[in-house]
Design a protein around this ligand. Sequence first.
Ligand code: HEM
Length: 131
Amino acid sequence: MSTIEDITDSLNILADLDLDLTQAIYAEFYVRCPEAEALMGYSDLHMRGRMLEQTFGLLMDPLLQGEEQYFRWEIGNHLSAYGVSKHMYADFLEAMRDCVKEALQGQWQPRHTSAWQLRIQSLLDELALVS
Ligand code: HEM
């Protein structure tokens, strides 16, 4: 399976479990990055859910990366309008990965670990290109 297929596979297993990880992921994100909690203090659960939903979509779709594509536009928006710092992205993406892994328990496979690592790195490489 490709990286994208493995990521998608892990998220399909998650969908079958019918768990809502929103609270767990943001709690883990804020442990890793307390500054983010201060920044997102006024956002409601729906906004956090939408942000998470779009990030899951981004993880599964490499076409959203590249010049003029969604991810670059979203980064620009976050850095200029929301006061987000680049270093917060790794904490957010790794919090997502750790919560998905924990939710999948025995269904999480070594290929999921590799795929998430590669995918997160690809997004962070793209982030580094944005000034
Ligand atoms: C790939 C990563 C990310 C994606 C795709 C993403 C996506 C989004 C989207 C779609 C929204 C608007 C939601 C809505 O109102 O409908 C949003 C808002 C926001 N995001 Fe992100 N986000 C990402 C990472 C981050 C990170 C790392 C931070 C760091 C704290 C952050 C902070 C915020 C803030 C502060 C808002 C505005 C909250 C508000 O309006 O109250 N985001 N994000």
